[in-house]
Design a protein around this ligand. Sequence first.
Ligand SMILES: Cc1cc2nc3c(=O)[nH]c(=O)nc-3n(C[C@H](O)[C@H](O)[C@H](O)COP(=O)(O)OP(=O)(O)OC[C@H]3O[C@@H](n4cnc5c(N)ncnc54)[C@H](O)[C@@H]3O)c2cc1C
Length: 401
Amino acid sequence: MDLGFLEWPFFTPEHVDFARRLSAFCRSDLSDIDSEHDESETGLDRTCREIARRLGGAGFFSPCVVEAPGGAFDVRRLCLGREILAAHLGLADFVFAMQGLGTGPISLFGSEAQRKRYLPPVTRGEAIAAFALSEPNAGSDVASMTTRAERDGAHYVINGAKTWISNGGIAAHYVVFARTGEAPGAKGLSAFVVDADTPGLSVAERVRVIAPHPIATMKFEDCRVPASAMLGNPGEGFQVAMGTLDVFRTTVGAAALGFARRALREALGRVLEREVFGKKLSTFQLTQAKIADMGVGVDAAALLVYRAAWTRDTAKRRITREASMAKLYATETAQQVIDMAVQLFGGTGVVSGKAVETLYREIRALRIYEGTSEIQRLVIANEILKGYSKELRDRVRWLPA
Ligand SMILES: Cc1cc2nc3c(=O)[nH]c(=O)nc-3n(C[C@H](O)[C@H](O)[C@H](O)COP(=O)(O)OP(=O)(O)OC[C@H]3O[C@@H](n4cnc5c(N)ncnc54)[C@H](O)[C@@H]3O)c2cc1C
């Protein structure tokens, strides 16, 4: 992968070193797991475990957790990890992303005991993590969730269902959000970490999506967890979820960027080699227009992704607007870049198992999960309007009496 962007001022020498090592590792240690792996349920589960074992064993999950209490994520390293892995193999990006998202609430809001118990095995790739927020009737509108956790002495009893759960069925633990009823809506939710072997927790069904990953609907039937399994305080579940997504949303943009870079590279290889009407495809101006649009899209997406990550790392503040812009732009642009790559390949582009065909399927869900493109637009507009109203208020305050 072309790592020329590492010259940008967003990165430290440690970031550059991490990116180079991971890129080399993909070539040396992940190349036998190619995009035509066994896509049956057991095949997917086995491949995910194997990828986790290899990446964890080589220390590449260290950006996915914050082991020191009070520490912060290095969002640039998370983004570099996702971008490089996505450019190599979608499933490797999926595994890396979920080790982070599935422990993010523990890293950010967990007690000392929770951190010690759950984070090290995930970092080593020995345990797999999951994040269970969405429900059949509560996706974009998270606050309408109906899964309940009722207090019963020293325990909470969870009942309900969670759907679209990445790593459902193979995770060692699930971070679960449920209604505890301190207040209506978003203020009455709490977060829990639930071990996979807790009685009452089971896989209701596996969900097969266009780019197959291990995803399931999970059922909670009188699932009893100790009160100490709560992350943060009662009623803080929404803050736990949003605080975690504030870090990880930018990384979805980074994964999209990795897919787009790979599509551009595949397309370049093709147009430089394919002959039509007696000339290389790359010599036609219509081809060059596509290449130019793809290149600009990739660079603009990268700038938004690494602007968001750098801001979060250096200013150490919420990056709601920057993260939503990065996710929206990078995922939408990657979809277009990949579509252009498929077009440049002609019929070969839609043959099952071809790199651009796989990318075409991989990119689609990124415009939906962790907040759809429509939701990102609502968030961005809200942030811009909020900023402008504040500016107006400040201007009025400074008017002479
Ligand atoms: C592959 C994949 C993996 C996932 N992994 C996980 C996971 O690990 N954990 C987890 O908790 N969830 C996961 N999800 C769930 C994901 O976060 C939700 O699918 C997403 O939030 C959208 O919710 P929904 O599917 O219920 O769609 P809905 O909320 O029903 O939205 C349907 C459509 O309506 C639009 N819409 C919604 N509200 C508005 C509005 N106010 N204005 C205009 N348009 C609107 C949406 O943008 C969308 O186009 C995953 C999803 C996928 C596809």
